[in-house]
Design a protein around this ligand. Structure first.
Ligand code: HEM
Length: 479
């Protein structure tokens, strides 16, 4: 051990300790198997049967009535057992029913979630350490099914549930699942890179970073496959409404009342965070977003990419002169991941800093420059991923929002309309973010993690400790 590589031993997280697979990453697999396609036994049949007919019930305008008629079933170890898959399946079923209930189909949203769904949903979410609303885990991680025994690629994936019943929505989910599966190799590379830092092994570090770069490039290649089978009009008008939450929803200003969820249950962090009433507790939660993918967070943390709170932006026309409080959307999304997965992000953050290690290498040595180049290649790939993602958001959200007739008020110039859209009217993100400026900030912050090859080190005897997130950051919004 040399002082240059570390000043004290820190832990390198083991994937298996966090329920993460070396082949499927954050997607459930392994000894407990893939996600359950149905809860076992007859007890939960009423939930499953209603989910089976979700689209039909929504179209007939009957879903809400049917939810109100559900029996009050208990979600506990006595009914769900102790294995993770039953709890994950219960979360998927209940969060889909809740989401469909609240938004309906071309109906006004409903503010009160009946106790037959609200109470078990909160119980299940407490167990999984998730908020009681549909999330990336529900629509992606716990929702996939392999068509065959082959690896989880786009050619072998299917999803079990959608809200619209359409193929565009299925493809929207499938692309993310394929990204998660391909991301498994990136997670392995991150852990290998941390071990290489511990061992002060340049060769191992270069191997790990090369693998990481290739993986991130593959994620971007998968991302752009979105265009193949997800039509932007269908996505914007038929799919995206069901991804919405009720943290900043104009038509649900109080959030949603979780009927039967009472104050004492609120001690836990995942419980509705709003007003308590005799009927239940109000909660305000963001909707489902791939910003909740732990994979991207791990890559950011491993590369020393730091995301700052989003710069002040007005959140609605009426508040145009009163900027909103800055929010760190990306950090907040860690509350919307299964607890084990956000624990893993923390464990990577608390392990060695790959970036600090490379910055501490002796300057101008070919080996230092080589390691820096491998590292920067990874950062550049992450930046490319975010650039492609911004283009995609422009196609799927900004352009679609621009086409909506009600955006173009007479007398408002096209320029002002466009600016309004960009600043978060119809183009507001699922989680209520001011969309494009926020995404550009995240992309620019990614670039900030680049290490200069001319100033590879600050001092030859600098020690590498656990992560300090030393990257400088900008909130510039150049395109
Ligand atoms: C039609 C395709 C997509 C659209 C329209 C879209 C839209 C959005 C929007 C609106 C946001 C802002 C946050 C929010 O409020 O939700 C966001 C964030 C994000 N999305 Fe997507 N997204 C798409 C596909 C994906 C995919 C497939 C991934 C990768 C798994 C992804 C990864 C992310 C990440 C990591 C963020 C957080 C911001 C960042 O870290 O740069 N998105 N996306």
């Amino acid at each position: 051990m040399t002082g240059r590589t570390r000043d004290r031993e820190v832990e390198i997280p083991r994937l298996e300790d966090y329920g993460i697979s070396r082949t499927t990453g954050f997607l459930p697999s392994g000894a407990e198997g893939p996600p359950l396609q149905r809860l076992p036994g007859a007890y939960f049949e009423a939930w499953e049967a209603l989910l089976d007919s979700l689209q039909g019930q929504l179209l007939a305008g009957q879903l809400r009535r049917r939810v109100r008629q559900l029996p009050e079933l208990a979600a506990s170890e006595a009914t769900l057992g102790s294995g993770a898959r039953t709890w994950q399946r219960a979360y998927l079923v209940l969060s889909f029913l809740a989401q469909a209930y609240v938004w309906g189909k071309n109906e006004a949203p409903c503010e009160v979630l009946p106790r037959a769904v609200a109470v078990p949903l909160v119980a299940v979410c407490r167990r999984l350490r998730l908020p009681p609303i549909v999330s990336y885990a529900a629509v992606e991680l716990y929702n996939y099914r392999a068509l065959d025994t082959a690896p989880l690629t786009l050619a072998n994936l299917s999803v079990m549930h959608t809200f619209s019943g359409g193929m565009d929505e299925a493809w929207f989910f499938i692309v993310s699942v394929a990204i998660e599966a391909r991301g498994a190799a990136a997670l392995v590379a991150v852990v290998d890179a941390l071990a290489a830092v511990r061992d002060d092994s340049h060769a191992a570090l270069e191997d790990a970073l090369a693998s990481l770069q290739a993986s991130v490039a593959a994620l971007t290649a998968l991302l752009v496959r979105m265009y193949d089978k997800n039509d932007p009009y269908v996505f914007f008008n038929r799919v995206r409404p069901y991804m919405n939450g009720w943290q900043h929803a104009e038509d649900l200003p109080n959030g949603v009342l979780f009927e039967g969820v009472l104050a004492d249950a609120g001690a836990n962090t995942n419980i509705p965070n709003g007003r308590v009433t005799p009927e239940g507790t109000y909660g305000k939660y963001a909707g489902a977003s791939a910003g909740q993918s732990a994979l991207i967070h791990v890559l950011d943390v491993a590369l020393g990419i730091v995301h700052l709170p989003t710069a002040n932006q007005p959140t609605s026309p009426s508040s145009a002169s009163t900027p909103s409080k800055p929010v760190n959307f990306i950090l907040e999304m860690r509350n919307y991941m299964p607890g084990q997965h956000s624990d893993f992000i923390d464990a990577v953050a608390n392990s060695y800093s790959i970036r600090d290690y490379i910055e501490s290498l002796p300057p101008n040595k070919p080996s230092s420059i080589k390691a820096t180049t491998f590292f920067n290649n990874c950062v550049q790939e992450m930046k490319k991923f975010r650039s492609e993602h911004i283009k995609m958001v422009s196609v799927y959200i900004v352009s679609q929002a621009n086409k909506r007739k009600d955006v173009g008020n007479a007398g408002v110039s096209a320029e002002v309309q466009s600016e309004r859209l960009q600043n978060g009217l119809l183009a507001r993100g699922t989680g209520g973010t001011n969309l494009i400026p926020f995404l550009k900030q995240a992309r620019n912050e990614t670039g900030d993690a680049t290490i200069s090859t001319t100033t590879t080190t600050t001092s030859a005897n600098k020690t590498v400790t656990n992560r300090t997130n030393s990257s400088s950051s900008s909130s510039s919004t150049d395109v």
